[in-house]
Design a protein around this ligand. Structure first.
Ligand SMILES: [Zn+2]
Length: 290
């Protein structure tokens, strides 16, 4: 299925297609407030790297959309390509609301439904997004675990993505596919990180034939070497959350009420920028701003 012409200039897709040509990854950094977003953009400009800012539906709800506008403005003002993406949108009404906000792309996450409903709802909502110029990501199977801001999936079992599901989602018109191949949201348990690279390779064969890009969820604690192997296997959008925000929270914890608040905020933003900049080097996006 061809994407509508309004997606030609879609910032998320332009950033990720350039990464696909250049064989590197692009970070999709989850931010919960303005300071974190400012830190992300500072890192991107410092490293001359493309960037995707990610928000959860929580950020829309609690700020009544204001944080989305702030992120979009920060993206527009940046001297490097920056897109704004909505991660894990699990509610159909929220997908429609997101389409009225300045997102470049939306993850239509219906993975908490049965396989059949996941595919059917995804197909409908992807079409809805495309009609409004938004690129769409979806999750065939189910990635295990939860992260701060994603609700009601913690008690559901993970389901590895099958090739049949991957084909179905590509046919449904998704631009970005988030496969489940052993990756886990949040902390990896005592078993450690066990990824099914063979499954990822097969998914990539299906997606690359249709110009669909692979998004990777659940990279907490991954080494640079593992990230390199995943990028080599075709992963392009790499979601990061906890690893890049721990320093921010540590600054607040250690410095609040011990220094002027303005200074604490500045130090916290710089922590975020430094953490993200290191990851940009790791995924190879540094210096790749077009
Ligand atoms: Zn995720």
């Amino acid at each position: 299925m061809m994407a509508s012409s309004s997606l030609e200039d879609n910032t998320t897709l332009r950033i990720l297609r350039a990464a696909d040509k250049g064989n590197y990854g692009v970070l999709a950094a989850v931010g919960y407030n303005l300071e974190q977003i400012l830190g992300f953009v500072r890192a991107a400009e410092r490293k001359r790297s493309p960037l995707i800012i990610q928000l959860f539906p929580w950020a829309i709800a609690h700020s009544d959309g204001v944080l989305v506008h702030a992120a979009a403005q920060a993206a527009r003002q940046a001297s490097v390509p920056v897109a704004v993406h909505l991660d894990h949108c699990q509610d159909e009404a929220m997908v429609r609301r997101a389409c009225e906000l300045p997102f470049d792309s939306v993850m239509v996450d219906m993975s908490h439904h049965s396989k059949e409903d996941n595919l059917r709802k995804t197909r409908e909502l992807v079409a809805y997004c495309h009609e409004r110029g938004k690129a769409a990501e979806a999750e065939p199977g189910r990635i295990e675990g939860g992260e701060d801001g994603v609700s009601d999936t913690l008690d559901l079992e993970g389901l590895m993505t099958t090739m049949e599901e991957a084909r179905g989602f590509v046919d449904a018109g998704v631009d970005l596919l988030a496969p489940a191949f052993g990756n886990v949201h949040g902390e990896y348990g005592p078993r450690g990180i066990v990824l099914d690279f063979e499954r990822l390779k097969q998914v990539h064969e299906i997606t690359s034939a249709s110009n669909v890009l692979i998004a990777l969820h659940g990279v907490t604690g991954f080494s640079e070497e593992l990230l390199r192997q995943l990028i080599e296997a075709g992963v392009r959008k790499i979601n990061v959350n906890k690893d890049i925000l721990m320093g921010y929270y540590a600054v607040l914890e250690q410095r609040i009420n011990k220094a002027p608040f303005t200074q604490v905020v500045d130090e916290a933003i710089e922590q975020v920028a430094e953490a993200l900049a290191r990851q940009m080097d790791a995924v190879g996006s540094s210096g790749k701003a077009y």
